[in-house]
Design a binder for this molecule. Sequence first.
Ligand code: SAH
Length: 396
Amino acid sequence: MKETKLIIKKNFIKKFKGGYPLIFKDAILNINDLKEEGDIVSLVDDQNKFIARGYYGKQNKGYGWVLTLHEKENIDENLFLKKIKIAIEKRKSFYDSKDTNAFRVFNGEGDGIGGFTIDNFDGYYVINWYSRGIYKFKEAIIKVFKSIVEYKGIYQKRRFDTNGMVIEEDSFICGSEADEPLIVKENGVNFAIYLNEGAMVGVFLDQREVRKAIRDQYCKGKTVLNTFSYTGAFSVFAALGEASKTTSVDLANRSLSKTIENFSINNIDYEAQDIVVEDVFGYFKYANKKNMKFDVVVLDPPSFAQSKKNRFSAAKDYKDLLKSIIEITERKGLIVASTNCATFDMKKFKEFIKQAFIETGKKYEILEEHNLPKDFATIDSFPEGNYLKVVFIRIK
Ligand code: SAH
């Protein structure tokens, strides 16, 4: 197969040899030689000596992914088969689980092929494609996948173009179509999933461990505020953990019916819970005016958000958001602070937390920290792939 040779600058050679998978602009001397996404590339030094092989695909700031460090290994069905097979085997404990049937089976570069992920929702699989480049390998990847996995149905989401928005709504590929909603289980709890409604299907699987901790350890008899609540997943777990009451706040209209639905399919009386469709920043003002305080507050905002009145960027505004949250949390209360923003790491996130407490003049203690769960495989050579950061903070 024809390959484009990319000459790697001297000071980055070691990085790639050490397993760094992302092909990035600064490392390449002849970036203009890249022609078409999906083209195979080999990384070479200035003596034309082989370093690694991958493909060209634009994803965020990257220009593609390294798939092998072996000169003799080609990028073909065999390679896809090998990597996907290993990934599936790694998830055996999830496949064997009786009370969880929604989990990630392939996590991009963490499983050896950057650019796509596959999630399992009780036998219905959803493939997310993150670049035009990886999408060129679609047929080979799906063929290999079908040959090793028993599936009820397969869906896909194309998540490149138009700022990460899904451009293809009707994403069913093959097998049978899932019920709408499809009810899946996570640690014994039901979730309503909609596989045909774009990128967000109803639950973020990477928060599984956090939801479990909230249910099992922190909510009994407590009032719980869930901000940026989406479909109310944290609220459902809190209610099942015997919270005295949950309050879910999200500005999207759809969050109301979806949160009611998730309470209902878990036999929770939704009328005993508060579900508020409002901008959280507006809700803070209301809560302050009424002098409301909560025992447990969950804070899991998107990395970027734009509402009519407010614009939020986690990297810039998380500290201020946390300050508002501290004001409405009881003394000795718990804040579960979470972010999936990939532009800063846990160390920086803890700095935001520290600063927010300094500025509010309160003391705190960190009880738990979480990153991505096991099914969201990551590799040591690419720590930025472990984007999830969750800190359980006890106010003193
Ligand atoms: N914490 C949720 C996921 C949050 S997704 C969970 O674990 O399931 C982000 C959510 O934030 C979306 O539902 C979006 O509607 C909501 N959102 C964005 N900006 C908001 C704002 N200013 N006020 C309230 N909700 C907001």
